[in-house]
Design a protein around this ligand. Sequence first.
Ligand SMILES: Nc1ncnc2c1ncn2[C@@H]1O[C@H](COP(=O)(O)OP(=O)(O)O)[C@@H](O)[C@H]1O
Ligand SMILES: O=P(O)(O)OC[C@H]1O[C@](O)(COP(=O)(O)O)[C@@H](O)[C@@H]1O
Length: 309
Amino acid sequence: MITTITLNVSVDKAYHINETVESGKVIRVATCNMTAGGKGLNVSRVIKMCGEDVLATGFVGGHTGALVEDLLQKDEIKSKFVHTKGETRNCINILDQDNVSTEFLEPGAPVSEEEKNLFIKEFDEILDKTNVVTISGSSPQGLDKDIYRVLIDMVKKKGKKVILDTSGELLKEGIKACPTMIKPNSEEMESLLGVGINNREEIINSAIKLHKSGIEIVVVSLGGEGALLVSEDGIYQGKPPKIEAVNTVGCGDSMVAAFAVGFERGYSPVESLKYAVSVSAANALTSSTGSFIKEDAYKIFEDIKIIKI
Ligand SMILES: Nc1ncnc2c1ncn2[C@@H]1O[C@H](COP(=O)(O)OP(=O)(O)O)[C@@H](O)[C@H]1O
Ligand SMILES: O=P(O)(O)OC[C@H]1O[C@](O)(COP(=O)(O)O)[C@@H](O)[C@@H]1O
């Protein structure tokens, strides 16, 4: 089983509008899609769509939290959340007539020390039934910046695999525990290493540096250019064919999900790269966040170029 951790859950609303976003204007929404969000729940949905068993964990609270549990149940995704006194947040993604996306991400309600300790206790028990763990996104107020380091240490002590996909201080602290894999984009890697990254060579050198620091698999996502993978098997780029992207929100989460599925199925890093590029590119073809059509992924898979560097 794959377990996903989403400490900062949300209800994601995708607003489709038939104009462009301008401040000071009243905008009527044409259609609204609602999904269980926070990066880790997008990951959970995509894992389920790939056909693997997944358990979603983290914190939920109040009416919005209950709605998230409902939405997951409708997608037949198992969950075991710690219930908080604070209310779960909302995140809004406005997609305009040209499919340009503008996101508003609310902060998460505070988590108390007691709620955190309960999560750690329950997670320790869940780990015994889990092969792969994904940790995604931001953390709510009330948790220390080393929370992911603590959780990764727990996973690694039990000999399981763990993917960390976050940014800023959480990523800086988290990598001290050497997760099995990280998936920064180049801006996240710039901030992590404190250097400017302006070209392909600098991306490769930065990823090699992170791999050498003890992270088994470093995947740098490159948007429409696919992703670069550094592991002990070598350096590879997975390049998707050119597609007409509709909504790229959740592409990073889809990539993490597909790598987790690859670990669960025992794929090699390069096989996982090809699979993950096809699933994440297929996500860009649907308007719904963290979702893909299998036929799109199959078609894209056939046309992916794997380039050895
Ligand atoms: N326009 C696109 N065309 C094809 N694939 C895409 C596109 N945008 C994203 N992807 C796929 O999704 C993955 C993650 O997207 P990216 O935007 O790089 O991540 P993040 O959302 O984490 O910044 C990419 O590595 C790629 O495989
Ligand atoms: O969990 P975080 O880091 O606060 O991010 C929250 C939001 O980011 C998104 O996952 C989109 O992020 P990506 O496009 O980077 O995958 C939203 O769906 C989500 O609610």
